[in-house]
Design a protein. Sequence first.
Length: 140
Amino acid sequence: MDISLVKIRKCTAYDLGEVIKIERSSFKYPYPPPVLYNYLSSIFLVAEEDGKIVGYAIGDNERNIIVSIAVHPDYRRRGIGKRLLESVLEKMRGTVYLQVRKSNRDAIGFYIKMGFVKEKILKSYYMDGEDAILMFKRIN
Ligand SMILES: CC(C)(COP(=O)(O)OP(=O)(O)OC[C@H]1O[C@@H](n2cnc3c(N)ncnc32)[C@H](O)[C@@H]1OP(=O)(O)O)[C@@H](O)C(=O)NCCC(=O)NCCS
């Protein structure tokens, strides 16, 4: 389907069920539902295609971080992640940071394409001992 038919809008409590499904199909260690629920007051956007939620992204304006982004596995590499991240970044200012697992080549490739730069390695950042890469992008 045409990417221009994908609508980016604010996530509501009603959307969380679908967001949780995408979260579970995208991450080995998904955020628990109450954590996602608490981010409803942050910059929490969903991508909707033909009435179906196909991706989401969360930005935290207070900590200036991208909290999470995921696109349903069947809908990747079609520009949906790019539109979601751009829409979140439009609502943020200054230097925006994010952490990504060192092994997550897909996401690292995506973030580099989106203009993020590697700052440093955070040793054993995750509970399972994996390192994180800290990345940032300056927004005007
Ligand atoms: C990262 C993710 C959100 C990207 O979403 P997406 O909708 O597939 O991304 P887009 O189609 O908008 O990609 C935009 C550009 O980013 C780059 N990119 C995207 N996926 C990539 C990959 N797997 N490898 C290398 N570059 C990639 C490409 O340059 C792409 O443009 P192109 O398709 O024209 O080459 C998606 O892969 C995902 O949900 N991954 C699982 C969850 C995850 O790891 N989230 C990040 C946690 S830190």
